[in-house]
Design a protein around this ligand. Structure first.
Ligand SMILES: *[C@@H]1O[C@H](CO)[C@@H](O)[C@H](O)[C@H]1NC(C)=O
Ligand SMILES: *[C@@H]1O[C@H](CO)[C@@H](O)[C@H](O)[C@H]1NC(C)=O
Length: 222
């Protein structure tokens, strides 16, 4: 295990343990199994394709950070730290929050065959029960609170421990399936959703999210 994997493993395990011990409302029960009892943003399934589904998420609040790295795994472990510190009390109110799921990473592939995820990532962690107005201000200049409007996403699932390569492959598979179904979506970016702690060895659940384009004229080509 490399150092970054160890750091993320320790942080995610610590965060998950806290969730299972302290979460007492009903969100965990209503949430899908793949949220493993942690709070996760509510959605409804609008339609199902052969290998994906169209979900509609409500308006939600997230903390976000930008991170640069030539390496996908390093980017994720770097971006996780300021988000985790916010949840651990590095905010204007000194409040601690349970770690929710998923941890989203926005990826902008450098080419249309998704051979590389480039070096610039945005990572987001869901803040349940808070709005942009009620979320305490981050103390780190590298963290912002953002609102995600009610939004639809095409979502595909993949398993295993996500690497840069397996994430790009999963995104490419979903992009091809959507293209085959003549669906219009933003091909220039997608989100990778991390749900499971590194201690979960089997049955891991990861997701890819593409943003639908309702207006053909705005279709962005890489
Ligand atoms: C991340 O970068 C975007 C521009 O790409 C910017 O709008 C946003 O404020 C940045 N977020 C943080 C936390 O620096
Ligand atoms: C913010 O991010 C920059 C670039 O990654 C880093 O050099 C700096 O130490 C970060 N600041 C804080 C307060 O974490």
């Amino acid at each position: 295990m490399q150092r970054w994997q160890l750091v993320v493993a320790i942080l995610v395990v610590a965060a998950s343990a806290k969730v299972t011990l302290s979460r007492s409302d009903t969100q965990g029960d209503e949430a899908p199994d793949f949220c493993r009892g942690a709070p996760c943003p509510p959605f409804k399934v609008i339609s199902k394709g052969s290998t994906y589904e169209l979900r509609e998420y409500s308006t939600t609040t997230w903390i976000a950070t930008n991170v640069s790295s030539g390496n996908f795994e390093v980017a994720i472990s770097k971006g996780f730290v300021p988000l985790y510190r916010y949840l651990q009390g590095n905010n204007a109110a000194g409040l601690k929050f349970d770690m929710a799921k998923p941890l989203l990473t926005r990826i902008r592939p450098t080419d249309s065959s998704y051979s590389s995820s480039g070096t610039e990532y945005t990572m987001l962690s869901y803040l349940p029960d808070l709005s942009k107005a009620t979320a305490p201000a981050p103390l780190s200049p590298n963290v912002t609170v953002v609102t995600s409007r009610k939004q639809r996403f095409y979502v595909g699932v993949f398993g295993g421990f996500a690497t840069g390569g397996s994430t790009l492959n999963a995104a490419l598979r979903l992009a091809l399936a959507l293209t085959t179904d003549d669906v219009k979506f933003d091909k220039t970016q997608f989100y990778y959703g991390l749900y499971d702690a590194p201690t979960r060895l089997f049955g891991r659940h990861n997701e890819i999210f593409f943003i639908p384009l309702s207006d053909e004229s705005t279709t962005a080509e890489l």
